[in-house]
Design a protein around this ligand. Structure first.
Ligand code: ZN
Length: 169
């Protein structure tokens, strides 16, 4: 990425202060957790849920392995958003993900961070950083380098990890 792009901000929210902003983030992360729970658990990848949101409207949802081809949650939401009614809102939208988007993949698949950057998403809200089970994830760093603001909503971390307890070290 060009260094001309200003670094995206990174903010941690670790308590529910009752503000409208935190309430909205919690509501959408809870919906993303419901998506994560739809993923079939496997031993080689996390179960993650994602939502693409414009204002208060959900453009598309996604969960791990939802679409064929060993897909990831953010990848599915972005792919599905292309044929969604609100597809014209994807650019500038907010992505909610129960877990930090991946930064590299062993397979030929494109990493979620690259999908997010090329879709023109402006802000990413994550429920938990990716645990070190498989690799060291640099998703947050890559998004910020592309000028995307990242919020780490720690309030629902336990619920975001729950579909993945069999994978935690
Ligand atoms: Zn991914």
């Amino acid at each position: 990425m060009s260094s001309i792009v200003p670094l995206g901000t990174y903010r941690v929210i670790d308590s529910d202060d009752g503000s409208a902003e935190v309430e909205a983030h919690m509501e959408f992360i809870e919906l993303a957790i419901q998506q994560a729970n739809l993923a079939r658990p496997i031993d080689t990848a996390f179960s993650v849920g994602s939502l693409l949101v414009h204002g208060r409207q959900i453009i598309a949802t996604g969960f791990s392995r939802e679409l064929p081809g060993n897909t990831h949650a953010a990848q599915c939401a972005i792919q599905k958003s292309k044929s969604a009614t609100l597809s014209h809102f994807v650019q500038g939208s907010v992505l909610y993900s129960t877990m930090e988007p991946c930064s590299s993949r062993l397979s030929k698949n494109t990493a979620c961070s690259a999908h997010i950057i090329s879709a023109g998403i402006r802000e990413v809200i994550i429920g938990v950083k990716e645990p070190l089970t498989f690799s060291e994830c640099k998703g947050v760093a890559q998004l910020r380098e592309a000028g995307i603001n990242v919020v780490h909503l720690k309030v629902l971390e336990e619920e975001c990890l729950k579909p993945n307890v069999h994978l935690l070290l």
